[in-house]
Design a protein around this ligand. Structure first.
Ligand SMILES: Cc1cc2nc3c(=O)[nH]c(=O)nc-3n(C[C@H](O)[C@H](O)[C@H](O)COP(=O)(O)O)c2cc1C
Length: 251
């Protein structure tokens, strides 16, 4: 039998099958499977997630690493359907304003809209990348839902006093929760558009997104409809690999 780290530690058989060991040709272990098979879920069953399960997922977030162990986040859980619908309505309205100002193909502002969009693109190139911009149009037109009908939404507020790059910490913290949720049979979807709630003082106050906290990301959570999981295509980026004084390229 192969001696695993778990056996070494506890002096008994590994509790998690193929965990903590690597053998040539072995199958993906449970952690790798969760990482590789997780997909964003945009359709949820009309069934609330038990509170205990949500707390377990929050625990995975709480244990995320962060620069200087600053833990620059605060979690806000919203399971109130009316509140979620109201936030969704607010974000849709903000997207309609953005579309009116910046979508020069449809905006009644015509040429002015084109000029505005060029200014915005230069000021905020990541935010007006074609993908989020396409999503702004879809949300404005009611074709893309903000929370996808999820019964629970976990907001990860950023504590701007975090060390170094708090947004990196937020990403790691959220991914811990997303992977834990997947491993427990739940579906999730990151919701970056909650950032638009920062324009609503009502939402900032209600959810505690006032200094030193601010809206940054949220995670929609619920039981998925169907079987959305499976490996998603990703680009194969070339990797520079330095070893023995030389560089080679690997994929
Ligand atoms: C930080 C972040 C923000 C995201 N925001 C949204 C969003 O607002 N709405 C949405 O439907 N998907 C959102 N996504 C999901 C991505 O579209 C999705 O992860 C990507 O297309 C890859 O697909 P997969 O998650 O199924 O592997 C977001 C993902 C991340 C990591």
């Amino acid at each position: 039998m192969v001696e695993t780290l778990t056996e070494k530690k506890h002096g008994k058989e590994a509790a998690f099958g193929e965990m903590y060991v690597w053998r040539e040709g072995m199958d993906w272990n449970p952690v790798e499977r969760v990482i590789l098979e997780r997909r964003s879920v945009r359709k949820y069953r009309d069934e609330q997630v038990p509170e205990k399960l949500v707390r377990r997922i929050l625990e995975a977030g709480r244990f995320a690493p962060s620069a200087g162990n600053a833990q620059p986040w605060r979690f806000v859980v919203v399971r109130d359907r009316d509140m979620l619908d109201e936030m969704e309505k607010y974000v849709r309205w903000r997207c309609q304003i953005l579309k009116f100002m910046l979508d020069w193909e449809s905006s009644p502002l015509g040429r002015l809209s084109w000029v505005l969009s060029q200014i915005y693109i230069r000021l905020m190139p990541n935010k007006l990348h074609p993908i989020p911009f396409g999503a702004i149009r879809l949300i404005a037109d009611g074709k893309l839902k903000l929370f996808h009908g999820a019964p629970t939404v976990i907001f990860i507020l950023e504590d701007v006093r975090g060390v170094s790059k708090p947004q990196v910490d937020i990403g790691i913290c959220g991914q811990n929760m997303v992977l834990a949720a997947h491993s427990l049979g739940l579906g999730t979807c990151w919701v970056g558009f909650v950032e638009l709630l920062k324009f609503g003082s009502k939402w900032k106050k209600k959810l505690g997104a006032t200094w030193p906290y601010r809206f940054i990301e949220a995670i929609a959570l619920g039981y998925p409809v169907g079987e959305p999981d499976g490996m998603v295509a990703r680009e194969l980026h070339e990797i520079d690999w330095w070893e023995g004084g030389r560089k080679r390229s690997v994929f």
